[in-house]
Design a protein around this ligand. Structure first.
Ligand code: F6P
Ligand code: MG
Length: 457
């Protein structure tokens, strides 16, 4: 392996790690404390056990803010959660380089440690109630509750575009255009700025000059776009393929992903779609298996989306969508699964070392990886030169036989596969808008990359 670039470190003021570790993490931990308080308020029986957990989070927050060292997990901790042994090995490795502290360590690894530590406090409780508790569930559900406008817009958009599928003999070219459109929906579902999702347009409009213009406007924010290559692989030979999605966030993003899933199944591009979730509460909003069921429940709950259900046509649109997803789930065409690997601090380069997961993923015709964290793990969260080809940045995965499609709105430092000069141009423009660090354009969620590797380099 050639010399790798340096990773993002929490004490590098030029890295987005810096504000993440110094500001965002304390806010997240304070949010967790508030949630435990709320749970105690709603269940007075949990007062004692809840206060114990709250105390541990408070001490941890203080320790982190004082830049304490990361400590290895104990034997007892590992008995509660066997995955933690991987974390100890990783810490041992990192300590060889320099003692790892919360505010100076590697961003990717320390951030993963944080969520595992938080989970451990709940597992350590003598009260069973907390063992499976998701400290971010309230936040996830409240945010989804506020997404009713976007949810309705996507329901309508699905109905318009999907009606094209009902037409017999839809040609492969049209299917390809629709595929790109639904990929866009899923991609921008990961954004902070959802205005980048195009409006309710038909296939004809997309094909028209005006549609083309609209697409181009949004496409200029997609700074790497390998979607045609991914479609080339997926549309080769018979349809009825297996697609896997390594999910990111619950709420609106998961809903946008489910719209993509419906399209893939309704069009018979895919005959089965596997959704990969996190086993523990992760990076606040990531999807756990139970969030899939909860999402279906919320979609069919008139009290959860009262505005949508108050209109007869809108109520039908959301109900139809809910029923289709449910039907595919019940018939095994949508499979919800999870694996410990997704909540380790490993780069994805080590997927082949986890034989069961690797074997499972090798069955897939296309593996879609959603979001920023998955991209950081694909590229090692390293400061690659931005013109480095994606296939170089993902190292051995490029010849792992895994066909990978990353859909990511940029919310961190790393970005690869850019045309020469583009990083600098966007940095200048971002700085000219009054931002102190021009290079932070990569952290705003307003730009995106669609990067593909067929796994056969
Ligand atoms: O930007 C802060 C952050 O927590 C990053 O650490 C992380 O990569 C990202 O947000 C999570 O984004 P996503 O949900 O798209 O993976
Ligand atoms: Mg996430």
């Amino acid at each position: 392996m050639t010399q790798l670039p340096k990773p993002s470190f929490n004490d590098d003021p030029k890295s987005f790690a810096f504000p993440s570790a110094h500001k965002r993490w304390p806010t997240i931990l304070k949010g967790a404390i508030d949630d435990v308080n709320q749970e105690i308020k709603e269940n007075p029986d949990l007062k004692k056990s809840g206060e114990e957990i709250r105390g541990k989070i408070e001490s941890f927050l203080q320790y982190l803010e004082n830049d304490g060292e990361l400590k290895p997990f104990t034997k007892e901790d590992i008995e509660l959660n066997a995955d933690l042994k991987y974390y100890n090995s990783s810490l041992e490795e990192m300590n060889k380089e320099k003692r790892v502290t919360w505010l100076t360590g590697r961003w990717l690894n320390t951030e993963c440690f944080l969520y595992q530590i938080l989970k451990l406090y709940f597992l350590q409780s003598s009260e069973k109630h907390w063992h499976q508790y998701d400290v971010f569930e309230r936040l996830k559900n409240n945010t989804f509750h506020q997404s009713d406008t976007g949810v309705l817009e996507l329901c309508k958009r699905y109905n318009i575009l999907a009606s094209q599928l009902a037409e017999k003999d839809i040609d492969l070219n049209s299917l390809g255009i629709l595929f790109k459109e639904f990929i866009d929906i899923s991609l921008w579902g990961n954004a902070t700025d959802l205005s980048l999702l195009a409006g309710n347009v038909t296939l004809e409009e997309i094909k028209s000059a005006q549609g083309e213009e609209n697409r181009k406007k949004n496409e200029k924010n997609i700074v790497v776009n390998d979607i045609s290559d991914a479609w080339g692989v997926l549309s080769l030979g018979n349809l009825g393929k297996r697609v896997d999605i390594i999910l990111d966030n619950a709420g609106f993003e998961l809903f946008a992903d489910l719209i993509l899933v419906l399209f893939l199944l309704d069009s018979n591009i895919a005959s089965e779609v596997h959704l990969h979730c996190k086993e523990i509460p992760w990076f606040v909003s990531d999807v756990m298996p139970k969030d899939f069921g909860l999402t279906l429940k919320m979609l069919s709950d008139q009290k959860f989306f009262p505005a949508i259900y108050s209109n007869k046509d809108d109520a039908k649109a959301i109900t139809d969508l809910h029923d289709s997803i449910s039907k595919y789930h019940n018939s095994g065409k949508i499979v919800v699964q999870s694996h410990k690997f997704w909540t380790l601090d490993h780069k994805f380069w080590s997927i082949p070392k986890f034989e069961d997961l690797y074997k499972e993923l090798l069955k897939s015709d296309l593996i879609i990886l959603k979001g920023d964290l998955n991209y950081r793990k694909l590229t090692g969260d390293l400061f690659w030169d931005p013109t480095t080809p994606f296939k170089v940045a993902i190292q051995d995965l490029a010849n792992s036989k895994l066909p990978l499609l990353s859909l990511r709105t940029c919310k961190a430092d790393v970005v690869v596969g850019l045309e020469k000069g583009l990083f600098e141009k966007l940095s200048e423009e971002y700085k000219a808008q009054g931002n102190e660090l021009g290079s932070y354009w990569t952290t705003t969620g307003k730009w995106a990359v669609i990067s593909f590797s067929d796994g056969r380099s």
